[in-house]
Design a protein around this ligand. Structure first.
Ligand SMILES: Nc1ncnc2c1ncn2[C@@H]1O[C@H](COP(=O)(O)OP(=O)(O)OP(=O)(O)O)[C@@H](O)[C@H]1O
Length: 406
């Protein structure tokens, strides 16, 4: 990490203070023309990525997203134009040294197969000659940050991990030396939808804590809306069609290209703007292991609920049995831990609907960043929230029309 990297507090648009450890990136009149190509892959691109923000690059295949991204860490050299990070022209830096100060995360994690998880994470810290103790502590801290238990995973090889776990290690590796800037190229492209949702939620949590400057290429407009402070929509030649907040891209697409790209169903896409923690949770009946099972069933029935959320001794949900399956039990006991799918409170309403649709309970258990139980959401919580939002939007629209008329 560059020693000059500043950690400071900055008020975001909603007025709450957050830490910013990122650096501003500027591209000015950047052109990339590959040999033998008639048209430039990137034709005169100028943008500023503010320090501490997440900017999502999206656009049709071949429009120049990856080329634009890779010019920022000099994996590709521009034909002309200037790129600065924190005001410094990156051409003045040694390319290898530059890359050690920029995190890079790509699809699948691209881990070294012959290195353990810990050694994969330690690649850049080792190059930076950190001492052993500092590297070990950092590895531990990062594994925790990406939700992998250090004791269990530290010494495994990539082939002993699932795709989602490899991707988590890839994210940890990208953050290892605490770089102010992180570049990501479809980081969650190769994992299943539920794992992808979790990784996105984790990335949001990490970003809230660390305030890096992140530039991320994606193919998925919902992902762009969910993760981006701003979205940059490109057309061919890395032409900027719109560079704006997700709210504005959805509410006021700059032109037909953007409107087509964002797609119809943009009311549904609004669901990607709202988070589960904005919903009113249903207060579900809970019980701990060892509690009286019949008492739990009675409480659930009195509340009109057909099942009980079972929590472990740290308040984390571990099972959601039906009352009918508890009738013969004297105490609550979970013999076989089921794969309980829970919903992170930072997930979007779109994710919530996906999770609920695949659950036999017609609802989902919500947890906080430490997996603690918060409550349950069901279809009614989501529709109630949508109705309130629609009413608020209509009111705002009417106020605007009245203002315009007067
Ligand atoms: N090494 C190369 N040599 C020649 N042309 C290239 C090279 N790399 C990319 N291109 C071309 O440059 C243009 C932009 O490619 P780039 O990979 O940046 O697009 P992209 O938006 O990231 O695409 P995708 O979404 O398909 O990954 C494309 O027309 C591509 O064919």
């Amino acid at each position: 990490m560059s020693e000059s990297t500043q950690h400071h507090q900055q008020a975001d648009e909603k007025g709450s203070a957050r830490t910013v450890s990122g650096a501003e990136i500027q591209l000015k009149d950047v052109v990339k023309r590959y040999p033998g190509q008639k048209n430039a892959a990137v034709n005169d691109l100028s943008i500023t990525v503010p320090a501490g923000e997440v900017v999502m690059f999206i656009g049709p295949s071949g429009c120049g997203k990856t080329t634009s991204l890779k010019m920022i860490n000099r994996l590709i050299e521009p034909t002309s134009g200037t790129i600065t990070i924190d005001g410094d022209d990156i051409r003045g830096r040694d390319a290898d040294e530059l890359r050690r100060t920029i995190g890079y995360v790509i699809q699948g994690g691209s881990l070294f197969p012959h290195l353990t998880v810990a050694d994969n994470i330690a690649v850049v810290p080792k190059l930076l000659k950190w001492d052993k103790k500092r590297i070990a502590e950092r590895t531990e801290e990062l594994l925790d940050l990406v939700g992998l238990e250090a004791g269990r995973y530290r010494d495994r090889y990539p082939r002993e991990l699932s795709g989602g776990q490899q991707q988590r290690v890839g994210v940890a590796r990208g953050l290892a030396a605490d770089p102010p800037v992180v570049l990501m190229d479809e980081p969650f492209g190769a994992v299943d939808p539920i794992t992808r949702q979790r990784l996105q939620d984790e990335m949001l949590g990490i970003q809230r804590e660390l305030g890096k400057t992140i530039v991320c290429v994606t193919h998925d407009i919902d992902e762009a809306i969910k993760l981006g402070d701003r979205i940059l929509i490109f057309s061919e030649g890395a032409k900027i069609e719109q560079y704006d907040t997700p709210e504005n891209v959805l509410a006021a697409p700059a032109n037909d290209f953007v409107a087509d790209f964002v797609g119809a169903g943009s009311t549904l896409k609004q669901l990607s703007l709202s988070r589960v923690n904005e919903l009113n949770f249903v207060d579900w009946t809970t019980a701990r292991i060892g509690d009286d099972a019949q008492d739990a069933v009675r409480r659930a029935e009195a509340a009109g609920q057909e099942c009980v959320v079972v929590l472990d001794d740290r308040g984390r949900p571990i099972a959601w049995p039906w009352n009918r399956n508890l009738r013969r039990a004297s105490t609550i006991d979970v013999k076989r831990r089921e794969e309980l799918v829970t919903l992170d409170e930072r997930a979007t309403l779109n994710d919530a609907l996906d999770t609920m649709l695949s659950s036999s309970h017609a609802g989902a258990i919500v947890t906080d960043a430490r997996d603690k139980y918060l409550g349950v959401v069901d279809f009614e919580s989501v529709t109630a929230h949508i109705r309130t939002q629609e009413a608020a939007a209509q009111e705002a629209q009417e106020a605007r029309s009245e203002e315009a008329a007067s």
